[in-house]
Design a protein around this ligand. Structure first.
Ligand code: AQP
Length: 332
């Protein structure tokens, strides 16, 4: 609880251009909590360096991710928007929680296994301990609720286990957070390989729709999306490509599967793909326009970062001091 409100925390890595997976699974839902909760939304740049980044691109994407938060409806007056590396308590608590996270637990994380495969020449310790830093991000703010896509469920469970373990050893210190996974858009799949998650680091540009893609690119990518040899628009087991397109259409239009099936009865995949592309482009157009306005104003974005970091650091310090005292560190 913070000032009588429950707390929400979530973050996005500036590790690539943001996708409609990041939008539908995470960012789009963030603003629904702004009135009722005290919300902290972070650009998690410390997490991003677990994979090699080009410094100039990381810097650019950090501004862009913040601008997208605001463009997607997050008012900086109502939400604490900040950059993770601006609040050193994240790295400090991250280290402390490393010492309460087991090697076996980290070894079981599917994201670690996936990313180790994709970055076989750089399986660094940060990639391995990523979940304990994520636990620190969440636990620092005594978070009640974490809105994330379903791919982050395993990390969130681990954060809960770490909090419970610490509380058990040192008495109640952390709020044990709950996940909030959206009903639609929980997991958007790649357009080229619909059994794999749509990821911003995917090398195949046609597999991924970026939030900032222009309409022509969006329509072209959906037109090329992998489906199957059939022609019926129906949600069914094994039809991963069509199911994914239906999920995306549902998330952008609010229609149900039955409504979609009725809408496209007797029409082929071609029409359906075009409609998904149109719905996606139409929803993103106002977000893109607002983004373009914001990204031109670096001074404004920096002022949001500065204020956000100050306010986040104040709350984070309180938890960190508590942890330090409980661990037996000398505080001066
Ligand atoms: N495909 C997706 N469907 C639904 N939600 C998704 N999220 C990511 N991809 C999808 C959600 O977006 C939030 C931010 O994710 P992140 O930036 O912390 O990292 P990630 O989950 O590793 O995302 P990416 O796009 O796959 O990045 P890279 O390629 O850098 O690893 C999270 O809430 C996530 O659930």
């Amino acid at each position: 609880m913070l000032n009588g409100k429950k707390v929400v925390f979530s973050g996005v890595q500036p590790s690539g251009n943001l996708t409609i997976g990041n939008y539908l699974g995470a960012i789009k839902n963030f603003s629904t909590f702004s009135e009722e909760y005290h919300c902290f939304y972070c650009v998690v740049d410390l997490h991003a360096i677990t994979v090699r980044q080009v410094p100039a691109e990381l810097r650019r994407r950090t501004y862009e991710t913040l601008a997208l938060y605001i463009a997607a409806g997050l008012d900086p007056q109502k939400n604490t928007l900040f950059v993770q590396s601006h609040v050193p308590a994240h790295a400090e608590l991250g280290w402390m929680l490393d010492c309460f996270t087991m090697f076996g637990e980290l070894s079981r994380m599917t994201q670690f296994k996936d990313k180790s495969q994709k970055n076989a020449d750089n399986i660094n310790a940060g990639l391995f301990t990523y979940p304990s830093l994520m636990a620190a991000d969440i636990l620092l703010y005594q978070t009640d609720l974490v809105p994330v896509g379903i791919d982050q469920k395993q990390h969130l469970e681990l954060a809960r286990d770490i909090a419970g373990r610490f509380n058990g050893l040192y008495s109640d210190t952390f709020t044990v957070p709950e996940g909030y996974i959206p009903q639609t858009g929980m997991k958007i799949m790649s357009l080229a390989e619909p059994t794999a998650k749509m990821s911003k680091s995917d090398k195949n540009q046609n597999a991924v729709v970026y939030i900032l893609d222009n309409k022509d690119d969006i329509l072209r990518k959906f037109k090329r999306a992998v489906t199957d040899s059939g022609s019926e628009v129906r949600y069914a087991e094994g039809k991963d490509g069509v199911n994914n397109l239906m999920t995306i259409y549902r998330a952008f239009t609010g229609k149900s599967n039955e409504e979609i099936e009725r809408e496209f009865e007797g029409r082929g995949y071609g029409d359906f793909k075009m409609a998904v592309g149109e719905a996606c482009a139409d929803t993103l157009a106002p977000v893109q326009a607002e983004f373009n306005r914001l990204i031109a104003d670096k001074a404004y974005l920096e002022s949001v970062m500065r204020e956000g970091a100050q306010s986040a650091a104040y709350c984070a310090r309180k938890t960190l001091s508590k942890v330090q005292r409980k661990l037996g560190f000398v505080t001066l």
